[in-house]
Design a protein around this ligand. Structure first.
Ligand code: GDP
Ligand code: CA
Length: 353
């Protein structure tokens, strides 16, 4: 069985760890192929150059978490980290003082930047870095081209004017407090999916949308030309997990991003934003938390099979259970539709018949 997951940073990383755990403990049934293969297509919209280094926050969150070297308590970076180099950089007035890079983390960025300067693509560099660890998941950046999320806001220093900043500046320095005029994907026009991304979606049995930020993580991935269409037309079953529970993000400030694109911070609104594959959207199924069970009927009526399950990933056990629930939902949708073609257009005809 091949499972392809679209993932951002922390939500994506926790979910992928749970999925790997679940598939190790409960290998798939023989009817969908005994060996499980997991591919993660990871958001690179938060990437940037800082102090001469290429930094890929979401790829690194996923890599550190799957390698078991992430800082659980802090929620980002490496465990057992020190910050001597950052302190030196700050003394020289170099870099962003509010964006601390740990010493071990800087090792990753130096290695990546070196590989990129040697001429490797980001996906080649990513697989070189990942090879050090035993991840059990293939990591693919969404694109090898730079597609950075920039945020247009009212200039806090010059009333009446707008200014554009990198996403991390808006998110970390300003704590997402400056109202967003627009998210811009700088470089999107020239970007193509990284090698293997379209195949991983087309050849999967199941495509999962991790409970990641719908706007600046999943939204960025599906905007890369070709990716949304690949999800729309894959023969795989496509199931998403809501990052919103009881009208609030579980961690982080996704509500500020959703507000900026006119989507309410509710599990049903995010499902409607992604849309049903029956109507040109990207979802066959959607998982909502037990606290949101009352929303199931309206999501179902929009043509999205809805499963109610505990969505909090508190630890390895709850994360693995969530992955099991997502795969279970995909299995039920697949069985319900078996016999008819899995292409959404034909399914629509079959269901109307
Ligand atoms: P980032 O790139 O580090 O911001 O991480 P992601 O985009 O992958 O994930 C951010 C989203 O994950 C936020 O909107 C959270 O609501 C969601 N999230 C984090 N932890 C959990 C969890 O335990 N359960 C669910 N359902 N969502 C979560
Ligand atoms: Ca991110």
């Amino acid at each position: 069985m091949r499972v392809t997951v679209l993932a951002g940073g922390v939500g994506g990383a926790r979910f992928l760890r749970g999925l790997r755990e679940h598939l190790q403990v409960s290998p798939p049934d023989a009817d969908v192929g005994a060996a499980a293969r997991i591919t993660a297509v990871v958001n690179t919209g938060d990437d940037m150059w800082l102090t001469g280094l290429r930094i890929c926050p979401d790829l690194d969150s996923v890599m550190y978490t799957l390698a078991g070297v992430n800082d659980e308590a802090r929620g980002w970076g490496r465990v057992g980290e020190s910050e001597r180099v950052s302190a030196e950089l700050a003394s020289y007035g170099v870099g962003w003082p509010w964006f601390t890079l740990g010493d071990l983390d800087l090792g990753t960025h130096i290695a990546r930047s070196h590989l990129l300067r040697e001429g490797l693509t980001l996906s080649e560099a990513t697989s070189r870095l990942a090879a050090r660890w035993d991840l059990g998941v293939e990591l693919l950046p969404m694109s090898d081209q730079s597609v950075e999320t920039h945020v247009v806001v009212d200039d806090p220093d010059t009333p009446g004017c707008q200014t554009t900043m990198h996403f991390e500046q808006w998110w970390v320095k300003h704590r997402a407090a400056l109202p967003v005029r627009e998210f811009v994907q700088e470089g999107l026009g020239a970007a193509v999916p990284a090698p293997g991304v379209l195949e991983a979606i087309a050849e999967a049995d199941v495509v999962l949308l991790a409970p990641s930020n719908p706007v600046v993580s999943i939204g960025m991935i599906i905007n890369v030309p070709g990716i949304r269409e690949a999800i729309r037309t894959t023969a795989a079953t496509v199931v998403g997990i809501s990052p919103i529970i009881s009208g609030a993000p579980v961690r982080g400030m996704a509500d500020a991003c959703l507000a900026a694109v006119g989507v309410a911070t509710r599990a049903d609104a995010v499902a409607a934003h992604y849309g049903s594959r029956l109507n040109g959207g990207i979802l066959d199924g959607w998982l909502i938390d037990e606290a949101d069970a009352g929303l199931a009927e309206s999501i179902e009526s929009a043509g999205i099979h809805t499963t109610v399950a505990p969505l909090w990933m508190r630890d390895a056990v709850t994360s693995a259970a969530l992955a099991a629930d997502a795969l279970g939902a995909a299995g039920r949708i697949r069985r319900r539709r078996s016999g008819s073609s899995l292409r959404p257009e034909s399914r629509q005809q079959a269901e109307l018949a």
